[in-house]
Each structure stands twice: as structure tokens, then as C-alpha cells.
Ligand binder design. Structure first.
Ligand SMILES: [Zn+2]
Length: 441
């Protein structure tokens, strides 16, 4: 046997043993020349990003492309941590009408990777009675990382008959379920309550205290018996989350149009403020003066559901665009869509690109032109910038690729080409059709 043949056999053996074709290619994937924004590590500069075994392996001004199995040119694009949307509704598929544990929810994978989102938190569609069904039906079967706020209502968000029933709001079983699925259940949600009682908030906080997780509040109807000031300065704990901050529905503004002093006081105490745009919770006349006053939301989120997906709210990038239109910097918008929400839900392994971190990555294009952005009442604001997602990676693998950045030109392939891609970096095409060819990065 000639040396050459022996060497190729050795290389082949190496590939089948390790999935790697050459000892020199120590990285699976290299994103080259993108402008990397990693707020946790205070990086906003052109950087190469290398990935191995699903984790970030190196971030540097220059990484030798010869060290990577697959090289992708990201120049002119922004490379950010995978976006984290902590307010979505994804308990779809039960068949229940007019219910967020049913028809009002959406299957996550159709709405996430295409806009750079790799992690979502469902905002209370399920309570302790149906959380395990939600987990089995959606969480365990989605490619998107799906986490959840558990509803303080045992039956979850199934409509007024359930959500106004004070007797089904119990801290104990809620906390027990949250502790059983620690890490998966990231908070307790209270929402839509229309009565004068504090019980929903109090039970949610009690459950959150036992399970050591935050509470997210949709404050429901605005009532004099339970004013927002008392909620933000007395009832909620530091780290609890007030969502729908720009709705204007619950005295988030005072009569002169300024940010209510309750919000400033709440922020001073450590209460967190989240967007939760949705179909009825984002108004230019509330958000614009708030941003001007310097009151920015801690986290940007969509409140994605069937009633919001085709309305003023389009998707995560659309909500982020709105803050760009309000003059917030891209770095700041990325902070509030990655590292901030990761911290809010106590998943500090997510939302950044430190070496060793899970390689959830969004590659975004900032387009310049003439755009319009619409609020919940259909009022438009003009803007000149819009984000689109070119590429999304989850756990180091490409899960979305808008323009085929990672794909070979068909004319460069053999006449009878079949499956392209390689499991070292690809999760889109792998497994479909033939086994990928090891020689083909
Ligand atoms: Zn919601």
C-alpha cells in the first residue's frame, strides 16, 4: 500500500471516528469578518467567530480560515447572540378554540429562526394542570429552545372562564410544578385578571418565591383598588417583570404624558420592564415619549400569537426595528434582545458569545431605506433601518439560511450532485436524502 493511500485511509477513518476530515481543521465553522455585537462581553467590532462541538471556541480579530472545516463570509453583516424572546404564546395544537392553550398560539419553529430567535419563553399559556401536556406537545418537539412562564391559573390561559377564577390560582401546586421542571419553567405568569383583588399577583409572587423564579405580570384591567404604584413599589420583588410596558392601558403614563413615577420607582427597586408588543400593547404615543425621557424597556419581546403576528407587530426583528426608529442604538437594541432577557429568566449560559458558550448565533443584515412601523392602533412611524436575518445557528448548527450564505453554488457541484452540507455545521439539509459527503464542506 502506498503512503498516499494509507494516509487517505487514515483520514477517512478519522472522519468516521470523529466526524472530522483533517487534524488541522480544529473548528467546525468559522464566521469571518462580521461585526460582532456581544453586549455581555462589551464587544462591538469586526471579529471572527469560531465554533466547535456546538460551542463558541474563539472570538478574535483574525482566525486562520485553514483551521476551520467550514468558512462563511459574514462581512457587512452583524453577528449577535441568538435572540431571546421572553414573551410568546406557543401552546398550539390542542384544538381548543379562543384559547392560548390552543388556537391563539403558534408553533414556535415557524416564527423564530427566520428572525434570529433561538430561545423563546412562553408567557403563561399553561398552568400546573396542563404544563406537562404543553411540554410533551411543544417543548420536547421543537427545534427552538422553548422555556416557559407557568400561569398562576392552574388551567392556564384558556379564556375568561378559567382566567377569572380566583379559586384556581394556587401558589403551592404552581411552585411544585416549577421546581419539578427547574430551568424549563423560568417564571410565573399572571395575566388578564379583571377583578379588584390582589390574589393573582400575591399567589404568583408566593409561587415565585418558593421556586426562586421571577413573576411576569400582565396587569389586566386597570382598577383603582389595585393601582400600578402599589404593584411596582410594594407587591413585586426585584427581578419580577412588568410586561406590556408601552401599552398605556394601566397608567404607565401620568396625565401629562410622562412616564409614571411608579415605573421610575419600580425600576429603582429592581423591577424589570418588558415590551410584550402583541396585538394591544404598543403605542407610539406611549413608547416615543418614554424613550425620549430615557425610560427604555429592559427587554424587547413580541407577545407573539395569532392575533398579533400579522398586525402592527410582525416579529421579533420588527419590534427591535421600532426601537431603532426611536433612536436607540443597534448595540443597545441587541443588549435588550439577548443578554438582558437571558439574565431576567436566569439563563446566563445564553445571550452571549463568550468562549465556551452555546453557539446560538444570529447573523443580521441592517438594511437602509424607507420603512414604516405600525403600532397597535395602526399608527405608523417612518424609519430608515430594518433588520433581516441572514443566518441563524442553534447549538453551533445552521438552522436558517435566507440567501444560502453557507451553501455551494450549484454550478460548482458535480453534475449528479445530491445532498450538500455536513453535520458538523448543518442542521437544515442533513438527514434529507443521501448521507452527506465527507469531502464537501
Ligand atoms: Zn402575552
Amino acid at each position: 500500500m502506498s503512503l498516499n493511500i494509507r494516509l487517505s485511509l487514515f483520514a477517512l477513518a478519522c472522519f468516521f471516528l470523529t466526524g472530522r476530515s483533517s487534524a488541522q481543521e480544529k473548528y467546525d465553522l468559522l464566521l469571518r469578518g462580521g461585526h460582532l455585537i456581544d453586549p455581555k462581553n462589551r464587544i462591538s467590532a469586526v471579529r471572527d467567530l469560531a465554533i466547535v462541538d456546538g460551542k463558541v471556541a474563539a472570538v478574535a480579530e483574525r482566525i486562520d480560515p485553514a483551521e476551520a472545516f467550514k468558512v462563511v463570509d459574514a462581512s457587512g453583516l452583524y453577528v449577535t447572540p441568538g435572540l431571546i424572546d421572553i414573551h410568546v404564546h406557543v401552546y398550539a395544537g390542542t384544538g381548543e378554540r379562543n384559547s392560548y392553550a390552543g388556537d391563539n398560539s403558534l408553533p414556535p419553529d415557524g416564527f423564530t429562526f427566520r428572525v434570529g430567535v433561538t430561545t423563546v419563553a412562553d408567557a403563561g399559556c399553561a398552568g400546573w394542570r396542563n404544563f406537562e401536556d404543553f411540554k410533551e406537545r411543544i417543548i420536547d418537539r421543537s427545534r427552538t429552545r422553548v422555556l416557559a412562564f407557568i400561569n398562576i391559573v392552574g388551567s392556564g390561559m384558556r379564556g375568561p372562564k378559567f382566567e377569572q377564577n380566583l379559586w384556581d390560582m394556587e401558589a403551592k401546586p404552581t411552585a411544585e410544578m416549577a421546581l419539578r421542571y427547574k430551568g424549563l419553567i423560568v417564571g410565573v405568569k399572571t395575566a388578564h385578571y379583571a377583578g379588584p383583588e390582589w390574589k393573582p399577583v400575591e399567589q404568583a409572587v408566593e409561587a415565585g418565591t418558593v421556586a426562586n423564579i421571577p413573576v411576569m405580570v400582565d396587569f389586566g384591567s386597570n382598577l383603582p383598588e389595585r393601582p400600578i404604584g402599589e404593584l411596582l413599589t410594594k407587591k413585586l420583588r426585584p427581578g419580577d417583570i412588568y410586561t406590556h410596558v408601552h401599552s398605556g392601558n394601566r397608567n404607565e403614563q401620568d396625565s401629562s404624558g410622562k412616564v409614571s413615577s411608579a415605573l421610575w420607582e419600580g425600576r429603582k427597586r429592581g423591577v424589570i420592564f418588558d415590551v410584550g408588543h402583541g396585538g394591544g400593547s404598543f403605542l407610539w404615543r406611549v413608547a416615543a415619549p418614554a424613550v425620549k425621557e430615557g425610560f427604555l424597556p429592559d427587554s424587547i419581546s413580541t407577545d407573539l400569537h395569532t392575533g398579533s403576528m400579522n398586525a402592527g407587530m410582525k416579529d421579533m426583528l420588527n419590534v427591535m426595528d421600532k426601537f431603532l426608529a426611536l433612536g436607540v442604538s443597534l448595540d443597545d437594541v441587541i443588549l435588550r434582545s439577548t443578554w438582558n432577557p437571558a439574565r431576567e429568566i436566569k439563563h446566563e449560559e445564553l445571550g452571549h458569545l463568550s468562549v465556551g458558550a452555546l453557539a446560538d448565533v444570529a447573523v443580521l443584515r441592517l438594511e437602509k431605506g424607507s420603512y414604516g412601523f405600525v403600532d397597535m392602533y395602526g399608527a405608523r412611524m417612518n424609519g430608515t433601518q430594518k433588520l433581516t436575518c441572514e443566518l441563524a445557528l442553534k447549538d453551533g448548527k445552521v438552522v436558517y439560511d435566507l440567501n444560502g450564505l453557507t451553501r455551494p453554488d450549484w454550478e460548482s457541484l458535480p453534475k449528479d450532485y445530491r445532498q450538500t452540507g455536513n453535520p458538523r455545521w448543518d442542521r437544515i439539509n442533513v438527514g434529507r436524502g443521501q448521507r452527506p459527503r465527507p469531502q464537501q464542506p
